[in-house]
Write a protein that binds this ligand. Structure first.
Ligand code: NAG
Ligand code: NAG
Length: 375
């Protein structure tokens, strides 16, 4: 979405407030949009940063103190431009800044600043500090912060949720769901319209204006693909607009011939396969466990003193009811990117399974074995 479109959303909100509705946005579909300052205010609430500090931040003054650093990390997580493991997500971050049209070197100077602030290969255990320094580089060298609410990417669980919603709305027949659940997508009118519904619901396709390639680009921020933004792609999509006379088919052909292979190739089929499995009640399938770092860990939550010295690591398998949650007991497993890059497994984890009746670890101390009391 262009910055201007973001502002239109804000104007719409303003218009709403004049009609006597409350000031909440009437959000279309299931897409997420948020402004930087809204994310900042969210995080000030989560982290209980005193309200008087907002004035400082609103005038682009982000002092070098632990509270502000962890606040910016929270903003980054909130808008998904920050990840404790992989650092700043450029495809998302870039869109919150407007470069000066006369500035030809904003990208190089930002990259230089990032390299200086966070040398590659360095082990930064301090994710608040790293997030803060990254933000400062963009603020100083990339451009001006855009005040509008902008589209930011979903996580995959919300994508699957959106696909499941569309399966229900369109009453996709079970026969097709079975096929989808095995990764096969027969070219049927239902398949075409399901894709259209999915793109609509996740906010990357609009009935009147077609595909929103900028949103697709930031949606696939983990594989930033400039081809989404290329004139060739624009031309191909433009040629398809209205040429087939029926929008489900138009979307399907655009996906098959132009967009499908960009970014995360045929990501939608992957999502639809998972959603079809859920819709059929196949929830306990085996899935590879993915790793996420959390910092600070919940038990040690005190961002003021801690400043991310005690980062925990969470292992989550996003399989609905069949999800396994592993938490490091020692609470230390930090934002050490190099350890992650070496592919080291996190040891010393507790396992909590919600899928069946077997619990690897129940309550920590039973009543009868009271050798734990140190009196
Ligand atoms: C952070 O990045 C890692 C590695 O790229 C990825 O596996 C993980 O899912 C990301 N975490 C979040 C919350 O997106
Ligand atoms: C930016 O960096 C790239 C690669 O390091 C270089 O090729 C390019 O000339 C630089 N651009 C400017 C304007 O300095």
């Amino acid at each position: 979405m262009s910055p201007r479109a973001g502002c239109t959303v804000l104007l719409a909100a303003f218009a709403l407030s004049l009609t006597g509705c409350d000031s909440s946005l009437d959000v279309p579909h299931l897409a997420l949009t948020k402004s930087f300052s809204r994310a900042l205010q969210d995080c000030m609430e989560y982290l209980q940063v005193p309200g008087y500090r907002y004035a400082e931040y609103a005038s682009n003054n982000y002092p070098d103190d632990p509270e502000t650093k962890c606040l910016l990390r929270c903003v980054g997580l909130n808008l998904r431009w920050w990840n404790d493991t992989s650092g700043v997500q450029t495809a998302v971050m870039e869109r919150f800044f407007q470069p000066d049209p006369a500035d030809a070197e904003f990208e190089n100077r930002t990259a230089e600043c990032l390299e200086k602030a966070l040398p590659t290969g360095s082990d930064s255990n301090d994710c608040c500090c790293s997030a803060y320094e990254s933000f400062r580089c963009y603020l100083q060298y990339y451009g001006n912060l855009i005040p509008c609410a902008l589209f930011y990417p979903e996580d995959d669980s919300r994508h699957i949720r959106a696909a499941q919603d569309c399966i229900q709305y369109l009453q996709i027949p079970e026969k097709l769901l079975k096929s989808y659940s095995t990764g096969s997508f027969p070219d049927a009118p239902e398949t075409r319209c399901l894709l259209r519904c999915f793109f609509l619901r996740t906010g990357v396709f609009h009935v009147d204006t077609g595909f929103d390639v900028e949103r697709l680009y930031s949606r696939d921020f983990e594989n930033p693909d400039e081809r989404y933004l290329s004139p060739e792609t624009q031309t191909k999509l433009h040629e398809l607009r209205g040429s087939v006379g029926e929008q489900c088919t138009e979307v399907y052909v655009a996906y098959r011939d132009v967009l499908g292979e960009l970014g995360r190739p045929f990501f939608e089929y992957n999502v639809l396969e998972k959603a079809a499995k859920r819709a059929l009640g196949v929830v306990c399938e085996e899935e590879p466990v993915t790793t996420t770092t959390v910092c600070p860990s919940i038990s040690d939550f005190n961002y003021k003193e801690l400043n991310c010295q005690n980062c925990g690591r969470l292992l989550i398998s996003p399989t609905g009811r069949c999800s396994a949650l592993q938490v490091r007991h020692d609470g230390y497993g930090p934002c050490d990117r190099s350890a992650y890059d070496r592919g080291e497994k996190v040891e010393n984890t507790g396992l909590l399974t919600v899928c069946d009746d077997e619990h690897e670890h129940g309550s920590t101390t039973g009543g009868d074995a009271d050798d734990g009391g140190d009196g």
